[in-house]
Design a protein around this ligand. Structure first.
Ligand SMILES: Cc1cc2nc3c(=O)[nH]c(=O)nc-3n(C[C@H](O)[C@H](O)[C@H](O)COP(=O)(O)O)c2cc1C
Length: 146
């Protein structure tokens, strides 16, 4: 089964991080498809896995490349009960709304009945000297959960 990696980025950091996770998943023999500008009509909403990597921008808003996807998800409200989802949330703890986009994504996924296969990872781009390493360490014991 393909793991669909959905990237929410404005300035590119999250795409780099998502590609690191894609490399690790593929090294473990997983099939992946990276969506750098996810569109709801192109991403399957049943019987598959999503790995969402999303940065927070603005005042706690979704990063640019996933604005439309999240708006469409909230509007169309597909039943995600056969979706396994994992969530990596990128932010900066100097903002009051630290990782708010990831928190809101998690709320919406739960609301639409997706199964979250593990706890959300929040990455603090201000304090973490090696965000890609943190993400790689996080995914290591989850490779077979997707
Ligand atoms: C204008 C601006 C607003 C931001 N707002 C937030 C925020 O509200 N909460 C947060 O946790 N991080 C915030 N950040 C930090 C970004 O999430 C962080 O820089 C991240 O690395 C950006 O990822 P990207 O390059 O994939 O877009 C903001 C960054 C910028 C430039």
């Amino acid at each position: 089964m393909t793991i669909h990696i959905l990237v929410g980025t404005t300035s590119g950091n999250t795409e780099f991080l998502a590609e690191t996770l894609q490399t690790r998943l593929e090294a473990a023999g997983k099939q992946t498809q990276l969506h750098d500008l996810p569109a709801l009509k192109e991403v399957p909403v049943a019987d598959t896995s999503w790995l969402i990597c999303i940065a927070t921008h603005g005042a706690g808003e979704y990063a640019e490349s996933m604005l439309d996807f999240m708006a469409d998800l909230a509007k169309q409200r597909p039943d995600l009960s056969s979706i396994k989802a994992a969530l990596v949330s990128i932010g900066d703890s100097s903002y009051d709304t630290f990782c708010q986009a990831g928190i809101d994504t998690q709320t919406l996924l739960k609301d639409l009945n997706a199964t979250l296969i593990c706890d959300r990872l929040d990455i603090d781009m201000m304090l973490d000297p090696d965000p890609e390493g943190t993400a790689e360490a996080w995914i290591e014991n989850k490779l077979d959960l997707f």
